[in-house]
Design a protein around this ligand. Structure first.
Ligand code: GLN
Length: 383
């Protein structure tokens, strides 16, 4: 069997979901909602399911159904503040998971380096290895998760990376990169001729007063950014596996080829159905943000009341809790005990950090209030 498949582990996030199910724990590990997608979206899928037309049930164009790309181009042009063309700039993928993999395979040659901030969403390490490239990690330093500009520049200067991965807002630490930070990263991409591969799946979950800035919208960056995102979090449809890349035409041409041979295309009926959601007006995004702001505050307040130490995210829907006081040497063991004895599922922080960090675990709060309250109730037994 290949060396590359031996050089990374399976996903600890997905493993923790299976462990949570085994112990019947409230699952706050793998980040997905337990509440309903928008009713209009489900209605649209229902109507499509009754229509036997080949448009809905056979392959769509490999780089995405026309109706979805058109609606997505209009929406993203509005939010990103740059013109996005449905034919020249978009490839619809099976989740942002495929988008990131296709982006990585499109820009790197075997042996190329890719800069990744740590902590990071675990897919990036595996994506890099699968495409034959080598990750170079640069720490985001707690508690603010800011980075040392000198360390980042040194990583570029010494490794001449082909790309940097930018997860903004960040999973797992909830960091929202400031305009100044993004300008600095952009200046390094230009100076050292590197691409920026973004993961912006939480673009609509950015808590006031923070604001989301799209890397692709910065001067001179559209040409060298592959913006990856998904509909999973924004419309509560993680199981639909709909994501996309947005990039300049010459990059998009290459991504189309990678995507075509990887998967041919995302599910046609789902792409057709989602076009209606992509046309929701601003009030929908305001509601999503209000919902997650409420859940963040509810969950963080609950942890505070139990005297549990945690960060407060600026974006996305994860909280990191400090478990130093419990005296475990392994955060994985802590999480297993937490699922088995306390009946709450969490993800060990070590699966996100390159550095030897064993004192943090990650909860997500994309759950109904009653689910979050049940988890908090169970966490009382830690006291
Ligand atoms: N992004 C989610 C998380 O970090 C889950 C993604 C996945 O498992 N595909 O938990």
């Amino acid at each position: 069997l290949s060396d590359r498949t031996a050089s990374f582990t399976d996903s600890v996030i997905r493993r923790m979901t299976r462990i949570s199910l085994r112990y019947d724990a409230v699952n706050l590990s793998q980040g997905f909602p337990d509440f309903d997608p928008p009713a209009k979206l489900l209605k649209s899928l229902e109507e499509i399911s009754k229509d036997p037309s080949p448009r809905y049930h056979q392959y769509s164009i490999t780089w995405g159904a026309q109706a979805m790309r058109q609606a997505l181009a209009e929406k993203q042009s509005r939010y990103m503040g740059i013109p996005v063309d449905p034919d020249e700039n978009i490839v619809v993928t099976c989740g942002s998971t495929e988008a990131m993999m296709a982006a990585m395979m499109t820009v790197t040659n075997p042996g190329d380096k890719v800069v990744i901030f740590s902590p990071f969403y675990e897919n990036y390490g595996a994506d890099t290895i699968l495409s034959g490239a080598k990750p170079v990690y640069v720490p985001l330093n707690p508690p603010q998760f800011d980075f040392d500009r000198k360390v980042l520049e040194r990583a570029f200067c010494e490794n001449r990376p082909k790309a940097i991965v930018l997860c903004n807002p960040s999973n797992p630490c909830g960091k929202v990169f400031t305009r100044e930070e993004l300008d600095f990263i952009a200046s390094l991409c230009k100076k050292y001729d590197a691409y920026c591969i973004t993961d912006e799946v939480y673009e609509h979950i950015v808590y006031a007063p923070c604001r989301h800035t799209y890397m692709a919208s910065l001067p001179g960056m559209f040409e060298r950014t592959i913006s990856c995102s998904s509909l999973s979090k924004t419309y509560a449809i993680t199981g639909w596996r709909l994501g996309y890349t947005i990039a300049a035409p010459q990059i998009t041409e290459r991504i189309k080829k990678v995507h075509d041979f990887l998967t041919v295309g995302a599910a046609a009926p789902l792409q057709e159905a989602v076009a209606c959601a992509l046309r929701f007006d601003q009030s929908y995004y305001d509601e999503v943000l209000a919902l997650y702001t409420h859940k963040r505050d509810l969950f963080c307040k609950g942890l505070d009341e139990l005297g549990l130490v945690h960060n407060t995210p600026e974006g996305a829907y994860y909280v990191l809790m400090d478990i130093s006081e419990f005296g475990y040497s392994s955060d994985l063991e802590f999480c297993e005990d937490l699922a088995r004895l306390v009946k709450v599922g969490a993800v060990p922080g070590s699966s996100f950090f390159r550095e030897p960090v064993n004192h943090l675990i990650r909860f997500h709060f994309a759950k109904k209030d009653e689910t979050l309250l049940a988890a908090l109730e169970n966490l009382k037994s830690l006291r």
